[in-house]
Design a protein around this ligand. Sequence first.
Ligand SMILES: [Zn+2]
Length: 266
Amino acid sequence: MTVSLVQVDDEVVRVHCRTWRGAAVGYDVSAYAMRGVLVDTGFPRVRHDFLRVVADLPLHGAVVTHQHEDHAGGAAALAERMPLHMHARCEQVLRERPDIGFYRRSIWGRPDRLTVPLVPFDPAPLEVVALPGHTPDHLGVWDPERRILASGDLFLGVKVRVAHHDESPAVLIQSLRRAAALEPRLLLDAHRGPLPNPVPLLRAKADWLEATMELVAGLAARGLGEREITRRVLGREELVGWVSAGEYSRRSLVQAMLRDTARIRD
Ligand SMILES: [Zn+2]
């Protein structure tokens, strides 16, 4: 397990967190420190290393982008050391500490329960922006002067063919367009790392999701079932679809798109 600091920009430091388990499935995750604000808190398995490494950074608070354990893993421990900002729904989940699937527990670990009250803080001159879709509580952190957006799991890639069972692709499309409209010059993606010139990428992802949703809705209107639609539009499940017992899968993306289509129609 390693947590290392990488200087990205004048005032941006990447806190790169890896484990051999994550590396085995092609995952690592990064938190970022910008202008005294930490964005995300690593995953539970590295929390001791994470806390030791970020203790050397000049920080006055942290923002947790969303409830997933690879972003909120160190939140319970950090809340005892510095002010923390997160969506109310994220705070609720961290206090309730629901069980998570075996594959998530084994790669990232399960977060400790958040028990202390959060100390609020003002991240100015940075701004916290709501970017829901990946989860309902998803936030980004925007530096309007330097045009840098710390985007959590907003992007991840243009054609991400898998989704968590509770994602909302329709809401994600709106957030991608909102992020593109900010015209960032640098996107700090939690899994892809820093991405320069991200506006075409954000738009391409929104366009691909829109086109895919139309395809899925069209096949459903012709009476095809979820399994057949998934096979035709997205192809066969990837390893993660099987390992997660369908929780993070292509089928879940189709289900989420059909749910959104029905919601928009009603
Ligand atoms: Zn996530």
